[in-house]
Design a protein around this ligand. Structure first.
Ligand SMILES: Cc1ncc(COP(=O)(O)O)c(C=O)c1O
Length: 460
């Protein structure tokens, strides 16, 4: 059997294995891929020819060519980011500025996933459980390295919801015990606690946050002020989905520790978005989705639990040893596809090839490009601080007299631009989340469309 990483990404039946110019144009095949095409095609005994996507090579070459340039100076270098933009098969007749919801994956990730799905399908019971499942351990190690923890502390989940519900349902609480969070935390996580309130009589306490706060310490003070002797758990977002506010997580974790309170961190939007390691947070519990900012396949995420805390946390689905300190007890979810989990490896490789610092700087650069231009306009309100300590690629704005829902509809209907509506407490606006594949022209088109609404209102 050929090596799994060499299994066909693009298959051509019969005839010449060498693509002609028109084929290359049609399929976006660069000349530099030709050598690997010929090599693999010659080696292949199964009658297929292979084209390996070389996006990672091109991104790495761009990094080498950048010759030590700082992330900030590269953030606006279109030649550099062109290589990243080309790694994604996105439809440029649509402008996707809702990457915070869920992101597309680059071609290398999709190719890997396709290979794993095809291989699984050849003999599911054996290929899935005997061949592919053990390979998940490599991915666990890659993710642990990227997050900065021990591999024995990281469970691969389907998303943040699963990771955090393991924590939120998995801790014993008694009637009257309080869980503290903000009203800017994610509804599904808060609903988990509301369900526990209904079933078990626990109490969920939430408080609103300023949008934006003067400085992150204000957020810490709010947590401190709302703690009572009955508080047993704090749920805190690393970065909120509403306006992209980054929380002082490490300080909240320390606060919780001082009071004997477990702190669960919702990192749905943080991992793969801006550069940080576990040591920067020092938390005991962390959940994230990899299909948002890491551009991994849809249906991937992870849960971090500090080694000493694993035994005391109940799994969501019972396995043979629910009290064991093996992190894999949280992965007992029945039969599920291994393909998306294995393809996380390519997403991490792609992410690390760009470099977390460079990605963070670029996302901030793209955010500043639209936010600084539009926030100067009359009637525009920005709910996100542009202070790098408080935000990165996500920001939320509104236009006086126009609802977020109306803006979403107008932008899509008339410009094929996708953003998401945010209607929450005093905010009725849109959240804008570009990604590394977003071009400056796409940001500018969005600004031009918005400027027309700001000046003239919605078309009648
Ligand atoms: C802050 C936050 N937490 C949790 C989630 C849930 O993520 P998922 O749907 O990937 O489980 C989201 C989704 O947008 C989110 O924004």
């Amino acid at each position: 059997m050929c090596g799994r990483s060499q299994r066909p990404a693009v298959l051509l039946r019969g005839k010449s294995p060498v693509p002609d110019a028109s084929f290359r144009r049609m399929h976006g095949v660069m000349r530099s891929t030709r050598r690997s095409f010929i090599k693999t095609a010659t080696a292949g005994a199964i009658g297929y020819a292979v084209l390996r996507d070389d996006a990672i090579d091109r991104v790495r070459a761009a990094v080498t060519n950048a010759d030590g340039a700082s992330p900030a100076s590269l953030a606006g270098d279109e030649n550099f980011w062109f290589q990243v933009q080309q790694a994604y098969d996105v439809d440029r007749s649509l402008t996707n500025l809702n990457n915070g919801g869920v992101s597309p994956a680059p071609r290398v990730v999709l190719d890997a996933m396709r290979r794993h799905v095809q291989f699984t399908n050849q003999l599911p019971s054996r290929h899935l459980w005997t061949v592919l499942d053990p390979q998940v351990e490599t991915v666990r190690g890659r993710l642990a390295n990227a997050f900065g923890c021990d591999a024995e502390e990281l469970a691969i989940t389907r998303n943040t919801s699963e990771a955090l519900e393991i924590c939120l349902y998995g801790m014993d609480l008694k009637r009257g015990d309080e869980v503290l969070s903000t009203s800017y935390d994610y509804p599904r996580m808060l609903n988990t606690l509301r369900q526990r309130a209904l079933r078990e009589g626990i109490v969920l306490k939430t408080f609103p946050i300023p949008t934006p706060p003067d400085d992150p310490k204000q957020l810490l003070r709010l947590f401190e002020q709302n703690i009572t002797p009955k508080t047993k758990i704090i749920l805190v977002s690393h970065i909120t989905y509403i306006n992209g506010q980054i929380f002082p997580v490490k300080s909240v974790v320390e606060l919780g520790r001082r009071h004997g309170i477990e702190v669960i961190v919702d990192g749905a939007h943080a991992f793969g978005h801006f550069a940080f390691k576990h040591a920067d947070l020092d938390c005991d519990y962390y959940g994230t989705s990899l299909h948002k900012w890491t551009s991994a396949p849809i249906g991937t995420g992870f849960l971090y639990v500090r080694k000493s805390k694993i035994a005391g946390l109940w799994p969501l689905m019972a396995g043979p040893k629910p009290n064991s300190d093996d992190i894999r007890k949280f992965e007992e979810i029945g039969t599920h596809p291994t393909a998306p989990r294995l393809a996380i490896a390519e997403a991490i490789t792609f992410y690390e090839s760009i470099g977390p610092d460079r990605k963070e700087a670029r996302l901030r650069f793209l955010r500043d490009r639209w936010a600084k231009r539009l926030m100067r306009q009359k009637g525009v309100k920005l709910y996100t601080s542009l202070d790098p300590a408080q935000s990165c690629g996500i920001a939320t704005m509104s236009v006086e007299g126009v609802t977020g829902g109306q803006l979403v509809e107008h932008l899509f209907k008339n410009h094929r631009i996708v953003v998401t509506a945010i209607k929450h407490e005093h905010i009725d606006g849109i959240r804008v989340t570009p990604n590394t594949y977003t071009t400056l022209r796409e940001i500018d088109r969005f600004c031009e469309a918005m400027q027309r609404v700001i000046q003239d209102g919605l078309p009648t």
